[in-house]
Design a protein around this ligand. Structure first.
Ligand SMILES: Cc1cc2nc3c(=O)[nH]c(=O)nc-3n(C[C@H](O)[C@H](O)[C@H](O)COP(=O)(O)O)c2cc1C
Length: 205
């Protein structure tokens, strides 16, 4: 493989239609690099400073009425082993198998009551936006963040004694990817299936 082809493979570029094709700016490079891999280097910790940067990135997300309805419980195996194990035990078996090598597991939750009182219809939307900001920051720091819905939310709510209106949405594994890992080709629907110009079904090409 020549140098250019190796770079394309590392960045995961040009893998299928609907994907970013060229890393011409820093954002494109981060988007191309972000992926949900399964092999973490369990010997490499995530630093407190890296966690702080990820928190700041999530905090910068936009939210409806600036309600900031997201909650993140960061559980570092090195410093909070009990909390880490609570999250690990709530994962479905498949996710436990690979996520146990990640040094950090983060519970992402949405506060379903708005600041004004009443249901916040956008709480999950906003919490997902904050989670993606966190993931992209993690990627920019050279880390891999992989979200999971395969967990028992009741277990998380009970073991962390979450308020009744706080809904666990996902668990995010964070750490350095094991260096020998091959990045899988990205699978995406053709863009015209999901992105329309001005009317339903009028796919952007
Ligand atoms: C809300 C959400 C839940 C997910 N749940 C799981 C999961 O339980 N287990 C898993 O291995 N991957 C899970 N994933 C990862 C997706 O499978 C992955 O994002 C998708 O295949 C696209 O791959 P990419 O992230 O590498 O682009 C989840 C992703 C999201 C956003």
């Amino acid at each position: 493989m020549n140098k250019n082809k190796t770079l394309i493979a590392i960045l995961g570029l040009g893998m299928s239609s609907g994907c970013i094709s060229k890393a011409t700016d820093p954002m494109q490079a981060i988007l191309a690099k972000r992926h949900s891999g399964y092999a973490y280097d369990s010997s490499r910790p995530v630093s407190h400073e890296q966690i702080q940067q990820m928190v700041k990135a999530a905090q910068s997300a936009p939210s409806c009425y600036n309600d900031q309805p997201w909650f993140f419980i960061v559980c570092d195996r090195a410093t909070q082993p009990d909390a880490y194990n609570k999250v690990l035990n709530a994962l479905v078996e498949f996710n436990q198998q690979w996520a146990q090598s990640a040094p950090v597991l983060i519970v992402v939750a949405a506060g379903m009551n708005s600041r004004e009182g009443g249901h916040n219809h956008w709480a999950q939307y906003d919490s997902g936006a904050a989670a993606v900001c966190m993931m992209l920051q993690a990627t920019s720091l050279g880390l891999m963040a992989h979200q999971m819905a395969g967990f028992d939310p009741a277990k998380i709510s009970a073991s962390f004694e979450l308020p009744a209106d706080v809904m666990p949405m996902a668990v995010m594994a964070v750490g350095y990817e094991a260096s020998e890992t091959k990045v899988k080709a990205r699978e995406r629907k053709p863009q015209e299936q999901n992105f329309f110009a001005g009317s339903w079904g009028n796919g952007i090409r």
